[in-house]
Design a protein around this ligand. Structure first.
Ligand code: B3K
Ligand code: ZN
Length: 876
């Protein structure tokens, strides 16, 4: 059989469109299997070439009729295009076609989600609705008429303002008009029966905005928190960036079948229900925190994305990184700054560094793309947000705000590029970002090495920094990056001292391969580097354990505090992997234990519990993996387990004390309660770890059972469920039974059950996943279920996935194969960890290669999977 290949598009091949559309009138006659779509759009020729034909995009459409200015037109349908030749310079194009929402399992275009009609058009879903210039630089005004299905329908929604509604032959209809021109990827339609949570928001200029949140019937109470978050987001964007909402209504719909988190369609955001539906009984504190962040993110897109949009998809980071930066600032201001920053750093150091080290490594602005859905990545979103944060650090808050307003005003209603944004930042930020632009063009994680010594004669501390970035598959040579390194100094008493060289700022710039800096200081002052993780790099500094302890105790910077503990953990793990291999005695983490003991002994009502919890957390296997080029997964997990056991046993008394002392005041979510519960649950986990290590399983089981019984919220229940499952305690079956009874009819709550079982750190997880795929509450077509079960094994359980039997790989690939024809985006996402086989031993490498080759041979292989597997197999 001929090998299937797909061609990549290149960023530099961008061509402005030959035609544009000024207005589009869409009519939908909804039907489960035969929805009729009628389009009348006004096209205008932009190119000088009078002979150029109009070429439109379309996929899976049944074309019925095409008319140019009311007259049947000459056209050709080929390769997902509709080509209409000899068109005038300006004309109305009439198209009638049919689509089948029920058969659409890809969840792109118009599909049915649990009875409701719903659309997802970003990036290229609109072409699955009708033939169109489905590209982000064609901005048109939309008028949308929706005629409900014959069997009736609660609400009919689209973007903008409702201008008419009524009945046509017993079928309800509604007409919506969006006054803002937009690209097709921001179009949305939702039709179904929902409960509605209603509220209003008064903007700073005094306009009332009508807010509506549409949720599953009977679930309105679980939407209350999300509604609060909408209002909070609107207020925050006014206060921090002076951005006022621009329409009289804002609608959010929660749906159960959704490929990712949510979508920022103009004034009609569509959300995965997981980021809307929360109450203390069914959702964890983390879920509440995430709802706030995602509601904020989509709302903030109204300016950064919708009002100013993208020229083409290579520019995706323009809207995503800026909006992630904005949502992080929102969570920092409205929830907790340290927690938000530490989470963001963790995403970079575990997932993004892994992506940079993988065959799919790409710059924040990629140069070539085969399937755009593969590029909604941690590099484009999260590393991109770190790049925006560096600009913010370099120019400061005031200039950043000025530059952002300038950018949004200058390009309002336009489709622009990262370059346009950077020019605004340069102009209003009074900075030259020429070299800084390498962050957008070079993939890979920079390694920064630091050295220092004290020059007594001149009373100077001399700091030497050097940077080096390893090649990535797309680029063999890397030029030095321009980055701010935030720095502070601690004297031996733990006081912060400031040299005169840093009187106006708290960072130095590293922009060469090697650089030297001098600071006028007394002797015995410790440089504290990369405060707040001021650049997305791997820092290698010769800190002694004593230095790390000192920074952990005295630095005022939450990241430095936590990172000092993390560095001690890493030192221990690295050292003991060596010891394990050489048959040498395993060392004890004495210093780490004494630092933790010290920390725990000072806990009182003034302690920042969120920070305490983050400092005490033992790094996950996934984050530890990113501190190695070559991964020895069994040794790594063994060394990590030893570390947890030793800390748990040494500090059992302290954890018991903490467990009884720190409790949340109620089941409700608040940042304070989240901090309390996180410490209480971590303490429980450590006590259970110590008891199991000492073979006192029944004591552990009693403790966990009590924790479960006494819990009045999902956060605590989930901790008990997870510990019972992971330690295989006697109480496991009682807890499982109760959890199933309570939650198996609440899909989102029950995803926790799938996740807890899929993340057992051993072969057991593979058996669990296989068994639970047959559970009555499991639905292999729903992306949330797939992510909670197979996705959790793939993305959150490297130990089981990489089990030496190869069964983890086989299980994952059989799911990828099944999903290839149902929902290729989800399939390609969960396959990601298998691409980096060259970092593993040869036995695992050859098993993975074989599985990937089998996928490659699939006759109906999707472009999404082809792109990733091809990159992985050709790398070496
Ligand atoms: N812009 C959407 C993501 C669309 C993903 C398409 N594969 C949500 C967001 O980032 O806000
Ligand atoms: Zn976004």
């Amino acid at each position: 059989m001929e090998k299937k290949t797909f061609k990549a598009k290149k960023r530099t091949d961008y061509k402005s469109p030959d035609f544009t559309v000024t207005n589009i009138d869409l009519t939908f006659e909804l039907d489960d299997t035969k929805t009729k779509v009628t389009t009348v759009a006004h096209y205008v020729r932009l190119t000088q070439d009078k002979k150029a034909s109009l070429v439109l995009d379309g996929e899976e459409l049944v074309l019925k009729s095409v008319k140019v200015d009311g007259v049947g037109a000459k056209y050709k349908e080929h390769d997902n295009k509709l080509e209409i030749s000899s068109v005038p310079d300006e004309f109305d194009l009439y198209i009638e076609n049919e689509i089948n929402p029920t058969a659409n399992t890809s969840l792109m275009g118009l599909y049915k989600s649990d009875g409701a009609f719903c659309t997802q058009c970003e990036p290229e879903g609109f072409r699955r609705i009708t033939y169109f210039l489905d590209r982000s630089d064609v901005l048109a005004k939309y008028r949308v008429k929706i005629v409900g299905p014959e069997y009736g329908c609660g609400v009919l929604l689209s973007n903008g303002n409702l201008i008419e509604q009524g009945k046509i032959k017993n079928r309800p209809f509604a007409v919506w008009e969006d006054p803002f021109p937009k690209p097709s990827y921001l179009f949305a339609l939702v039709a179904g029966t929902f409960d509605i949570v209603e509220d209003t928001f008064k903007t700073k200029s005094g306009r009332n905005v009508d807010l509506k949140l549409y949720v599953d019937r009977g679930a309105a109470l679980r939407g209350q928190f999300a509604m609060q978050c909408i209002k909070e987001s609107m207020k925050w964007d006014e206060d921090r960036f002076n951005l006022e909402y621009d329409l009289d209504n804002f609608k959010v719909v929660a749906v159960d079948f959704f490929n990712f988190g949510a979508m920022e369609n103009k004034s009609l955001n569509v959300f995965n229900s997981v980021y809307v539906m929360v109450d203390p009984d069914t959702a964890t504190d983390t879920a509440f925190y995430n709802v706030q962040s995602v509601i904020g993110h989509e709302y903030f897109h109204n300016y950064t994305g919708d009002r100013v949009t993208l020229r083409d998809w290579f520019e995706l980071s323009l809207k995503e990184s800026l909006t992630v930066f904005r949502d992080q600032e929102f969570s920092s201001d409205c929830a907790n700054r340290a927690l938000t920053r530490l989470h963001a750093i963790n995403v970079i150091r575990s997932s993004q560094f892994a992506e940079d080290a993988s065959p799919m490594a790409h710059p924040v602005r990629p140069e070539q793309v085969m399937e755009m859905n593969n590029f909604y990545t941690v590099t484009i979103y999260d590393k991109g947000a770190e790049v925006i944060r560096m600009i913010h650090t370099l120019i400061g808050e005031e200039k950043f705000k000025k530059a952002l307003s300038y950018y949004l005003e200058k390009y309002d209603g336009q489709a622009v590029t990262i370059e346009d944004f950077l020019v605004c930042m340069e102009e209003k930020g009074e900075i030259d970002l020429t070299q800084f632009r390498r962050w957008y063009t070079q993939a890979g994680t920079p390694n920064v090495d630091a050295k220092w010594h004290y020059d007594r004669e001149n009373s100077k501390l001399v700091l030497k920094l050097s940077q080096h970035t390893n090649p990535t598959p797309d680029q063999s040579e890397k030029q030095p990056f321009f980055m701010p390194i935030r720095i502070s100094f601690l004297d031996k008493d733990g006081h912060e001292v400031r040299p005169k060289e840093l009187s106006f700022k708290d960072y130095i710039v590293l922009n060469e391969s090697e650089q030297e800096y001098t600071f006028t200081l007394r002797e015995n002052v410790l440089p504290v580097l990369l405060c707040d993780f001021s650049a997305p790099v791997k820092l290698n500094a010769p800190y002694t354990t004593e230095n790390l302890q000192h920074m952990m105790s005295f630095s005022a910077d939450p990241f430095i505090k936590v990172d000092s503990a993390v560095n001690m953990q890493k030192q221990y793990v690295h050292e003991n992997i060596k010891n394990l291999k050489n048959g040498a005695a395993v060392t004890d983490p004495i210093e780490l234990i004494s630092s933790y003991r010290q920390l725990l002994s000072t806990v009182d009502e003034n302690t920042d519990l969120i920070l305490l919890n983050e400092t005490m957390k033992i790094q996950s296997v996934s984050s530890l993996m990113e501190t190695f080029d070559h991964i020895e997964i069994d040794q790594l997990s063994a060394a990590r387990t030893m570390l947890v056991n030793k800390i748990a046993c040494a500090l059992e008394k302290e954890f018991k004390n903490l467990y009884s002392k720190v409790r949340a005041s109620s089941a409700n979510y608040s940042v304070d309660n989240m901090g309390r519960r996180s410490v209480n649950n971590s303490a429980l986990h450590m006590i259970v770890t110590a008891l199991c290590f000492k073979n006192e399983h029944s004591k552990a089981s009693d403790l966990v059972m009590n924790h479960y019984k006494n819990s009045n919220n999902m956060t605590d229940k989930l901790q008990a469920l997870t510990d019972a499952t992971h330690f295989d305690l006697a109480c496991k079956s009682a807890i499982h039974d109760d959890f199933e009874k309570r939650y198996s009819n609440n899909a989102l709550a029950f995803d926790n059950f799938f996740r807890a079982n899929a993340t057992v750190e051993s072969y057991k997880a593979i058996d669990n996943v296989k068994a639970l795929m047959k559970h009555p509450s499991y639905d292999g077509n729903n992306p949330n279920r797939v992510r909670a079960l197979v996705g959790a094994l793939a993305l959150s359980n490297p130990v089981a996935l990489n089990d030496i039997s190869g069964d983890g790989y086989r299980l994952l690939c059989s799911e990828v194969k099944r999903l290839n024809s149902i929902n290729a985006s989800v399939a390609a996402r969960i396959l990601t960890p298998m691409l980096s086989f060259s970092r593993f031993d040869s036995q695992r490498e050859s098993m993975i290669r074989q599985e990937l080759k089998n996928l490659m041979a699939l006759p109906n292989l999707s472009k999404s999977i082809y792109e990733k597997v091809d990159a992985a197999l050709k790398e070496r």
